[in-house]
Design a protein around this ligand. Structure first.
Ligand SMILES: Nc1ncnc2c1ncn2[C@@H]1O[C@H](COP(=O)(O)OP(=O)(O)OP(=O)(O)O)[C@@H](O)[C@H]1O
Length: 653
């Protein structure tokens, strides 16, 4: 069979598969007209009254079957797709952000020279939806890269045999042929260099395209794995792209709260500057906007269900909203699940609704009872969030702010455990009375994705700016010391770490007796990290420069080098002399003030912890190969162990 003619047939049946891309030398699945553009169009259709099924029903023989099938499809359709926004007004994104993106796209699609835009922000905050909607409104064709699955090409090249051509799936034949022509062996990376070919061709005009535009926008959300190993290969492609580009290129990189910040890794600041990459950062969807979207969807669905489903209660919507941490996709999905009949989730929700009801009825009951009910409600809500909610991680900056700003007051969710009620405290302890905490310190530490010890280190570095009374500072520093002491013994460290971080966070919160608003304060990374890094570098250098002494790095730096620094004899080489001058003597002149501190940015994840853990491991390796869990010898131990310090070994030229 003539494969080209097969391809033609395929084109007529599935035009988007292979005709729309400007370059036909790529597998259809890697580079496609954006899925979501199709969803937007489908959505537009669903918004029109769905008459067809009904009309067909009156004439066709399989009426009831078709009706059932379409009803089932309707029911199964994810609400995020059904209610995907079609216009700017429908987007749950801040107007200013939409404007920023729109301006950028306008500028870069109207010039012959394209440009590169990087969109960052938490997952599900509407970055992709914004690009889709704006492209639709600005009449741009979105061409989106999706990673080809590695399995298919791999299996075909592995077996080394041509798969039989399937006559019923014409478009597959074309793809198989491509693979046999050698593309099967090409890596995701080489396929990704489509970026460089995309400028060469215009889109083919198809019948039924409705005069679709030639202007296009390239969207990349999926990155070939290779780029995470070698970001340099992405940068090389981009360097070549910006030289020849004719259309705008948009990268979408979602922030990860668990520590790996892909955007900083894939697009470091120097590359952004070199290639003139614009960057726009999205925020999580605001709760009020989210509530509007959820209410609208719930009302529409209730209307469509002809009484089978009722509008979800406001309190339940609020819970879903707060549990989604600004992720609209997660919130809408949770709403859909919660509306499913006969699910355990619904039972959970019903139970919660009942509890909320009970709580609202019990408002007239005594104050103590009320407090109990409130804490019960909070517990229930937390349970609920555990079912439908999103992992509510916090960026380190925000987590630290929650402790340092020390918010207290009367609030439904305020934690009662921390503060004894004022009247119950005897008069001599009245100064220890505090309003209820608005945060749960242990939960904050947990959600920071950082160990308690490191979290305390950050608190230690930054707490001074948030205190106004010196007595408070004294008490806070005592608590920090106590926390340190709790984790000083390595045998019990893993158990005591939680207690240590509780003492540090609660101690700081309680010590800060003057609850004054300090406004914005920049936060800094702990000095300890720099010092630790320097210490590690010095240890490695000392070991390699003075290898012949066979001493541990600690003894080298604290005993031998200070001694050698006192000797006037010329040393063997310049590197040794320079190192001894640097490490072997303490200079008061060299460090007149505090070391320059590194600022902590608002979206910085707990990345540094990993760095320093690696450093610690490295350090442990340096120190006599002890594993990190083992206690390291102190200077005095080393002195005891190595009484015979043989300086005589040293000979000068
Ligand atoms: N009013 C709305 N505004 C934005 N998105 C909406 C709205 N209503 C429904 N949605 C749906 O919510 C989802 C938002 O996800 P989107 O892909 O835009 O997020 P994202 O920020 O790109 O995150 P990710 O990188 O995880 O995909 C889309 O599926 C969109 O159709």
């Amino acid at each position: 069979m003539d494969k080209l003619s097969v391809g033609d047939k395929a084109a007529s049946s599935r035009p988007n598969r292979w005709v729309d891309p400007s370059f036909t030398d790529l597998p259809g699945e890697s580079f496609s007209l954006s899925r979501r553009r199709k969803v937007v169009c489908a959505n537009a259709e669903t918004k029109r009254p769905r008459k067809r099924a009904g009309e067909a029903g009156s004439s066709g023989p399989h009426t009831s079957f078709l009706l059932k099938e379409s009803a089932q499809r309707d029911q199964d359709e994810p609400w995020v797709d059904r209610y995907s926004p079609c216009s700017q007004a429908e987007l749950a994104v801040h107007k200013k952000k939409i404007e920023e993106v729109e301006n950028w796209i306008r500028v870069h699609s109207n010039t012959s020279k394209g440009g590169v835009l990087l969109l960052t922000g938490p997952s599900g905050c509407g970055k992709t939806a914004t690009v889709q909607v704006l492209s639709l409104e600005l009449d741009l064709r979105v061409q989106e890269w999706t990673n080809p699955s590695s399995q298919e090409p791999y299996s075909s090249s592995q077996h080394g045999e041509e798969k039989p051509l399937l006559s019923c799936q014409c478009h597959c034949q074309v793809r198989i042929k491509w693979r046999m022509n050698g593309l099967s062996c090409s890596s995701q990376l080489s396929q990704f260099s489509f970026l460089l070919r995309v400028n060469k061709y215009n889109c083919l005009k198809m019948v039924g395209d409705g005069g679709a535009t030639d202007r296009k926008l390239i969207l990349v959300e999926d990155f070939p794995n290779q780029f995470y190993r070698q970001p340099g290969s992405l940068h090389d492609i981009l360097r070549r792209f910006v030289k020849t580009s004719r259309c705008p290129l948009v990268f979408i990189v979602s922030d990860s709260l668990s520590g790996d910040s892909s955007s900083r890794f894939l697009f470091p600041r120097d590359i952004q500057e070199e290639l003139d990459i614009s960057s726009i950062s999205f925020n999580p969807v605001a709760p009020t906007t989210m509530m509007k979207v959820l209410t609208r969807i719930s009302t529409l669905e209730a209307g469509k269900s002809c009484g089978r489903m009722c509008v979800t209660e406001q309190t339940v919507l609020e819970t879903l909203c707060s549990g989604s941490s600004g992720d609209i996709r997660s919130a809408i999905n949770s709403l859909q699940f919660s509306s499913l009949p006969d699910t355990s989730l619904e039972k959970g929700l019903l139970r919660m609704k009942k509890d909320i009801h009970v709580t609202s009825l019990s408002k007239a009951v005594s104050r103590t009872n009320q407090r109990k009910k409130k804490s019960k409600l909070k517990k229930e809500q937390n349970e609920e969030q555990a079912i439908g909610g999103k992992d509510a991680s916090l960026f380190l900056f925000r987590a630290l702010g929650k402790i340092l700003h020390c918010k207290r007051g009367k609030h439904e969710g305020a934690e009662a455990a921390d503060c004894a009620p004022g009247p119950d405290l005897p008069s001599h302890l009245s100064h220890l009375h505090r309003e209820a905490l608005l945060v749960d310190p242990e939960l904050v530490v947990e959600r920071s994705h950082m160990s308690g010890e490191f979290f305390s280190l950050y608190l230690h570095q930054n707490y001074l700016d948030f205190f106004s009374e010196v007595e408070d500072v004294e008490r806070a520093s005592e608590y920090l010391s106590d926390a340190d002491l709790l984790t000083s013994d390595w045998t019990s460290r893993s158990t005591m770490a939680l207690y240590g971080s509780s003492v540090a966070t609660r101690g700081l919160l309680h010590s800060n007796s003057q609850q004054v608003s300090v406004g914005f304060r920049p936060l800094h990374k702990p000095n300890w990290l720099l010092v630790n890094k320097k210490h590690r570098e010095n240890s490695l250098a000392a070991q390699s420069l003075f290898r012949s002494f066979c001493l541990t790095p600690v003894s080298l730096q604290t005993e031998l080098l200070p001694y050698l620094a006192k000797l006037t004899n010329p040393l063997r080489n310049q590197a040794q002399i320079a190192f001894i001058q640097d490490v072997g003597q303490m200079s008061l002149r060299r460090f007149p003030g505090r070391l320059k501190l590194e600022a902590l940015t608002d979206k910085e994840p707990a990345q540094l912890e990993r760095d320093s853990e690696e450093e610690e491991e490295g350090q442990a390796g340096v120190e006599e190969g002890l594993p990190a869990s083992q206690p390291k010898p102190t200077t005095s131990q080393v002195l005891l162990e190595e009484e015979e310090l043989i300086i005589e070994d040293y000979t000068s030229d």
